[in-house]
Design a protein around this ligand. Structure first.
Ligand code: GLY
Length: 357
């Protein structure tokens, strides 16, 4: 059994990320203790439940008080006010109180929705994140961001609500669809480019970043979580250093919203957004041609669909959450492992960079 632990240092809200094939066994042990103290609700989605239903019932079935299991539909559409209300009402119906625990077991959609419900129900109950996709393991399950979407844009409503712990069972990645694997890999590439030149050098050496490519998944998930944990520890609420985790995301969120939520995987949109950000980095902050090519070569290992975008894209760009004083914030790269946060008067610059990339 392989298990590694990464610590997120946040004073009294510190927690651990458990990474490895034994993560769910550890979770089951810890849930037994929780179950004797208060009610537990497990939130998952239809796909995860159809594959791991039996295991989830085992996790949830503590001898004296089994947890309530709530299954939400798969996909971005579940990140809605309707679904949020429904979940909060199920919490009330199941009698969850302030000593209760919500277990978000699924990908980013489940983590964001259940995390948000946990943060507002009774003004906040505890949540544990149990990510089942590569993307949620290396990004959305850690750091406390929760959210739902509006027609006006992705993740436009949300809170910061740190989990009590994260349990990432890397064994479940073998049932991921290839596009979802690559989607998570795009976030790993992002972390390597912005924060971890050593991880970048590793990704550069591996020819095939796909599910069958032989990449050391335990090693890279742990490295990505460690870098993210360091950033969260110094900037929990995204006042400064945490902004670098949005490399490629300004354009990615606008693309996702303009194409229709769920039409493109988040990581695919991030890969496209990173290409545009790299192109802009050469123009604005002097990213060297050699480093640009190295970075592009790794990003290009992530297959992305052909996309068609229109004027809608600029509209969504201007609504980006990170905008400040009407200017759109954008993360650029000065070098591999060194970022530059800038703001653009004209979001059209990013669209032009997209065409050039
Ligand atoms: N996904 C970026 C962050 O957690 O800050």
């Amino acid at each position: 059994m392989t298990m590694n632990v990464v610590h997120v240092e946040l004073g009294e809200r510190s927690y651990s990320i458990h990474i490895g094939d034994g993560a769910w066994d550890l979770l089951q042990e810890n849930l037994r203790e929780w179950n004797s103290a208060g009610k537990v609700m497990v939130v998952t989605d239809e796909r995860v439940h159809s594959i791991y239903g039996h295991r989830i019932e085992e996790l949830a079935g503590a001898p004296n008080s089994p947890a309530t299991v709530v299954v939400v539909p798969q996909g971005e559409k579940s990140k809605s006010f309707g679904r949020l209300e429904d979940l909060c009402r199920k919490m009330a119906g199941a009698g969850l109180d302030r000593g209760s625990l919500v277990v978000a077991l699924g990908g980013g959609v489940v983590g964001d929705l259940a995390g948000l419900a946990a943060s507002i129900y009774l003004r906040g109950v505890s949540v544990i994140q149990v990510p089942t996709t590569l993307l949620s393991m290396v990004d959305s399950s850690t750091g406390g961001k929760t959210g739902i979407n509006l027609p006006e844009g992705k993740n436009q409503v949300g809170t910061f609500h740190q989990p009590q712990g994260v349990y990432a069972n890397t064994d479940v990645l073998r049932t991921l669809e290839s596009r979802d694997w690559y989607s998570g890999m795009a976030e790993i590439v992002k972390i390597s480019l912005t924060l971890d030149p050593e991880l970048f050098a590793y990704l550069e050496k591996v020819n095939d970043l796909g599910p069958e490519g032989g990449v050391d998944i335990q090693l890279i998930v742990e490295a990505a979580c460690r870098r993210k944990a360091e950033v969260i520890s110094i900037d929990e609420k995204e006042a400064g250093p945490r902004l670098v985790l949005n490399f490629g995301h300004t354009l990615a969120h606008a693309l996702e919203s303009s194409l229709g939520l769920g039409e493109i995987r988040h990581g695919e949109a991030v890969a496209i957004g990173m290409r545009a950000a790299l192109s802009l980095s050469k123009q604005i902050c002097g990213l060297d041609e050699g480093q640009y090519r190295r970075a592009m070569a790794v990003i290009e290992k992530i297959p992305v669909p052909d996309i068609r975008y229109d004027q809608n894209l600029e509209q969504f760009l201007t609504r980006d959450k990170k905008r400040i004083g009407g200017r759109v914030r954008c993360i650029l790269l000065e070098d591999i492992g060194r970022c530059h946060v800038t703001s653009l008067d004209d979001p059209g610059e990013l669209v032009k960079a997209l065409a050039l990339s």
